[in-house]
Design a protein around this ligand. Structure first.
Ligand code: KIV
Ligand code: ZN
Length: 505
C-alpha cells in the first residue's frame, strides 16, 4: 500500500498572481469546484488581506466547496491572520498559511531584521493563528537558499508552537534536485518533533526543475506538494500538478500516491487555461496538445503496433480519448494506411505505394495533411465519393432571456438548406439546427473558445473536436462574433469528416 501525498493546489493564489491571469470570484468558484472534483486535498484560495476581492473569493469558495480544506495565505502579521480567519469563517475545513523569509537575503535585505527576531516572529505568528484554527501551515520563505541549520531551528520551533504542516519553499527556483532533496532529508533527520507535522514542498520553476525538485522532496520524506494546474505561477511558474501526479503513477516504486482522479486532468487544464487566458504550450508534459501526438514515421509505426512502444501513459488515463497520428512529411506508410483505413480505403502493396508517393509530395508543401487531402490523393474514382463542401450562408440567433433559437442556412453542394433549432445557448441552438440537415450522427467531444487579447471587441478563437463513429476531426474558426466563429468551426469539422446532406430536407 503506497503512502499518501497531500495535494495542495495554489492555482488560485500563487497561480493567480500572474499578470493577466486574474479571475473574478465567479470564475474562481468554477475553478475551485473543478479542483474539488479532481480530488485535491487543499485549495489555497487567496491572500485575504491583499484586497477586498481576494477576501471575498476566499469567503465564497469556503461556502461553495466542502471536501477539500480551504487555505488562506498571510504574512507573519497579526492583522493578516485576523483577516484570513474572518475570510475562512464559513469553511468546513480550514487552514491558515502563515510565514516569513528565512534566507539571509530575506532576513537582512527584505525584512531588515536578524535571525533571532525572525525566529520569534515565526513562532508568534503560528501561535496567533492557532487561536483561530487547528490547522496551521508555516512557510519558511526562500528556504531553498537558506542555511540548513538555521532552517532546522525555525522548523523545530514552529512545530513546537503548533504548526501542523511546514512548507519549505524554493521561492526563487534556485535549487538542484539533489540539494533540495538533501535539504528535506536534513530536516527529517535533524528536527526534533518532525513526526508531528507534514513537510511540504513548494518549488518554483525558474530553472525548469520545479517538478524534479518536488519529486526529490517527496523521495526524502515530504508528504505534501504545493502545485498549480498547468504549472502556472510567478515568473516561470510553480510545480505542475499533473506532472507530479502522473510521475507518481508511472513510478510505482516511489510508493507514494495521491487521491487525484487523473481522468479529469485534461478538462481541468483546459478550463484553467481558458479562464486565465494562459495557453498551454503544445509540448507541455501530460496536458499539451502534442503530449499524445506522434508525427515521425518510426514512432507512428511503433505506436500502431503497440501504443506502449512510444507512450508511457495511456492517454485515456488523463482524459484524452486516443493518441493522435499526425500526417506530416515524416510520416510513413503505416500511418498513411491507418488513416486511409479510417476513411474507408484499405489500400495495400502497389496501390498504397502510389498514394504514398503523392502524399509525400503534398506533405512537403503542406504542414498538415488532412482527410480531405487524402481523399483527393486516393484517385479519380475516390474523388467522386467526396461530398460537396458545406458552407454557412446565413445565421440568425435569438438569445437573451428567450429560449435561444437559431436559424441556419447551409449551402451543401448545389443546394441551400434551412433549419431552425433551440438549445441551452445560441451555439447549442445552431448545432441542433445543423444536425437536422446532416445525414451522419456526430458528437462534439471538445469545444474551446479562447480570447486572443482582451476587451469586448476582441476576436474569439474557437476550436472544436468532433466525433463521428470512430473518426475524429478538428474544426477552427475565429471571429469577433463568437457564436458565428463557433458555428463555422463546427462546419469546418463537418467538412473534414466529409459528412453528407440529409435527404428530404
Ligand atoms: O514561493 C513562495 O515562497 C511562496 C510562499 C508565500 C509560500 O509562494
Ligand atoms: Zn510560491
Amino acid at each position: 500500500m503506497s503512502e499518501k501525498l497531500f495535494i495542495f493546489d495554489t492555482t488560485l493564489r500563487d497561480g493567480e498572481q500572474v499578470p493577466g491571469c486574474q479571475l473574478n470570484t465567479v470564475e474562481k468558484i468554477e475553478v475551485a469546484r473543478a479542483l474539488e472534483a479532481l480530488g485535491v486535498d487543499i485549495i489555497e484560495a487567496g491572500f485575504p488581506v491583499s484586497s477586498p476581492g481576494d477576501f471575498n473569493s476566499v469567503r465564497e469558495i469556503s461556502k461553495a466547496v466542502s471536501l477539500p480544506t480551504i487555505c488562506a495565505l498571510t504574512r507573519a502579521v497579526k492583522k493578516d491572520i485576523d483577516v484570513a480567519a474572518d475570510a475562512l469563517s464559513l469553511a468546513k475545513h480550514k487552514r491558515i498559511h502563515t510565514g516569513i523569509g528565512v534566507s539571509t537575503y530575506h532576513i537582512y535585505d527584505k525584512l531588515k531584521s536578524n535571525p533571532e527576531e525572525i525566529l520569534e516572529r515565526a513562532v508568534e505568528a503560528v501561535k496567533y493563528a492557532k487561536k483561530y484554527v487547528e490547522d496551521v501551515e508555516f512557510y519558511a520563505e526562500d528556504a531553498g537558499r537558506a542555511d540548513n541549520e538555521y532552517l532546522a531551528r525555525v522548523v523545530e520551533a514552529v512545530i513546537k508552537a503548533g504548526a501542523t504542516v511546514v512548507n519549505i519553499p524554493d521561492t526563487t527556483g534556485y535549487c538542484l534536485p539533489i540539494d533540495y532533496g538533501a535539504k528535506i532529508k536534513y530536516l527529517m533527520d535533524n528536527v526534533r518533533g518532525i513526526e508531528n507535522a507534514i513537510i511540504s514542498t513548494h518549488c518554483h520553476n525558474d530553472l525548469g526543475m520545479a517538478t524534479a525538485n518536488t519529486l526529490a522532496g517527496i523521495m526524502n520524506g515530504a508528504r505534501q506538494a504545493e502545485v498549480t494546474i498547468n504549472g502556472i505561477g510567478e515568473r516561470a511558474g510553480n510545480t505542475s500538478l499533473e506532472e507530479v501526479v502522473m510521475t507518481l503513477r508511472c513510478h510505482k516504486t516511489i510508493n507514494v500516491d495521491t487521491d487525484i482522479n487523473s481522468k479529469l486532468l485534461i478538462s481541468t487544464s483546459r478550463m484553467v487555461s481558458n479562464l486565465m487566458n494562459m495557453p498551454v504550450q503544445a509540448n507541455k508534459a501530460i496536458v499539451g496538445r502534442n503530449a499524445f501526438a506522434h508525427s515521425s514515421g518510426i514512432h507512428q509505426d511503433g505506436v500502431l503496433k503497440n501504443r506502449e512502444n512510444y507512450e508511457i501513459i495511456d492517454p485515456k488515463d488523463v482524459g484524452v480519448d486516443e493518441s493522435v497520428i499526425a500526417l506530416t512529411a515524416r510520416s510513413g506508410r503505416a500511418a498513411l494506411s491507418y488513416r486511409l483505413g479510417m476513411l474507408g480505403f484499405n489500400l495495400e502493396g502497389k496501390e498504397l505505394d502510389e498514394v504514398y508517393e503523392k502524399f509525400l509530395r503534398l506533405a512537403d508543401q503542406k504542414k498538415d495533411v488532412r482527410d480531405d487531402d487524402l481523399l483527393y490523393l486516393v484517385g479519380d474514382t475516390a474523388v467522386e465519393k467526396i461530398p460537396s463542401k458545406i458552407k454557412l450562408k446565413y445565421l440568425q440567433i435569438l438569445s437573451g432571456t428567450l429560449v435561444p433559437t437559431a436559424t441556419v442556412i447551409l449551402k451543401m453542394g448545389d443546394n441551400e438548406r434551412m433549419a431552425t433549432g433551440t438549445g441551452n445557448g445560441p451555439v447549442d441552438a445552431a448545432v441542433t439546427a445543423i444536425k437536422t440537415l446532416i445525414n451522419e450522427k456526430f458528437l462534439i467531444s471538445e469545444f474551446l473558445i479562447q480570447a486572443m487579447n482582451k476587451g469586448s471587441d476582441d476576436v474569439g478563437r474557437v476550436h472544436v473536436q468532433m466525433r463521428q463513429g470512430e473518426r475524429y476531426a478538428h474544426g477552427f474558426s475565429a471571429n469577433t462574433d463568437v457564436v458565428r466563429a463557433s458555428v463555422e468551426a463546427v462546419i469546418d469539422a463537418l467538412n473534414k469528416l466529409n459528412v453528407t446532406e440529409k435527404i428530404n430536407k
